[in-house]
Ligand binder design. Structure first.
Ligand SMILES: [Zn+2]
Ligand SMILES: [Zn+2]
Length: 370
């Protein structure tokens, strides 16, 4: 940790402090020196300082706003900067402002683990894409620390909440921010509790492109954001977490649907793979029919749902030994890409999560599954 910047230790139990004056500016400058663009938060609050009057009263996109090139702090993280002079001006004008870091341009992916008391959601929302059997006792599962620990355990990894190799910041409400560095140019997308269709785990938000994270050195009326231990640098995003983020839709969907020849029908591919597979082919044909039916309509038509169900069913058949996982993935991918060309990445995410859920429920032909 740089000598010029001393954060209060997280174990020094602090009551809600009056925001100190010198510290936020020093912390903001320090963040900028790490290559993390910063913007001011309203003193005492978690939200950005208010826009100027013009920006409040006229509706416009941040990229069209004259305030940003002029060095004003309108539009929250869109105004974030590395410019030490501008930062100094901003915090001199309002010394008790907290510090927001624009995660995307900073190349950061931050796990925002909450410990809010809240009723448990449905089982399928605890770890999206991972089925939790009805017989699993969820007593004691109460917050994001638990969901992320279970996800990590399922992957044979320690919980990121205990990752002593990276910058972790305790929040005033008892949550934890686990900071990681993106290792490549993929544009990781944010997800917050309410983001539709994208979540890593219940009570675990992802701060990446499209959002900001509150930096250590910030004090709100609820308390301080204080680093845990001595590590002040984010470690590289662990590979397994990158895979989980991709699985749960934190990369932008592939765009630019290009016209392409329709690939051989999935069941023909399976037939060609070996003799005597007619039965498997018939099975695939039946399971994939609803997905193929979506191809007759340009948009919507429940494609996601149909593909998810097919993947789930095939996962069950794989678990029951009726076909191999490779065959299932190939059949699903080929059908999906014929039906919705250009959306392969999204389809791949749906297939992977549907299959994973189905694999846990072997589907024997004698009857349904529990
Ligand atoms: Zn403005
Ligand atoms: Zn504006």
């Amino acid at each position: 940790m740089p000598a010029e910047l001393r954060f209060p230790r997280s174990d020094s139990r602090q009551p809600a402090l009056k925001p100190s004056v010198a510290e936020p500016l020093a912390a903001a400058l320090w963040c900028a020196r790490q290559g993390w663009p910063v913007h001011p938060l309203a003193p005492g609050h978690k939200t950005p300082v208010a826009n100027c009057r013009q920006c409040r009263e006229t509706k416009h996109e941040p990229r069209d706003c004259p305030c940003l090139p002029a060095g004003r702090w309108c539009h929250g993280f869109h105004a974030a900067t590395l410019d030490q002079q501008r930062i100094t001006q901003w915090w001199r004008a309002q010394p008790a402002s907290g510090i927001g870091v624009a995660c995307g341009p900073a190349g950061l992916i931050v796990l925002d683990i909450d410990a809010h008391p809240a009723p448990l959601p449905d089982r399928d929302r605890l770890l999206p894409g991972i089925a939790i059997d009805d017989h699993v006792d969820l007593t004691g599962m109460a917050n994001g620390f638990h969901t992320i620990a279970v996800l990590a355990a399922l992957r044979g990894r320690p919980s990121p909440a205990n990752d002593t190799s990276t910058l972790r910041v305790r929040t005033p409400s008892g949550g934890l921010h686990v900071w990681y560095r993106a290792e490549d140019s993929r544009r990781w997308q944010s997800s917050v509790g309410s983001t539709p269709g994208r979540a890593l785990a219940w009570q675990v938000d992802i701060r990446a492109h499209g959002s900001y994270i509150i930096a250590p050195g910030t004090t709100t009326t609820s308390g301080s954001y204080t680093p845990v231990g001595d590590v002040r640098q984010p470690a590289a995003l662990p590979q397994w977490l990158a895979q989980e983020l991709e699985r749960t839709g934190h990369l932008p969907a592939a765009h630019i649907p290009a016209p392409r020849p329709v690939p051989p029908r999935a069941q023909q591919a399976v037939l060609a793979a070996g003799g005597g597979r007619e039965r498997t082919a018939r099975l695939l044909n039946t399971v994939l029919a609803p997905v193929e039916a979506c191809g007759q309509v340009a948009e919507g038509a429940g494609f996601t749902d149909a593909l998810n169900r097919a993947a789930y069913t095939l996962g069950g058949l794989v678990a029951a030994g009726r076909l191999t996982q490779d065959e299932a993935v190939r059949a699903l991918s080929e059908t999906a890409s014929a039906v919705r060309p250009g959306q392969e990445r999204r389809a791949e995410q749906i297939i992977r999560s549907g299959l994973a859920a189905g694999l846990k429920r072997p589907l024997h032909t004698s009857g349904g599954r529990p």
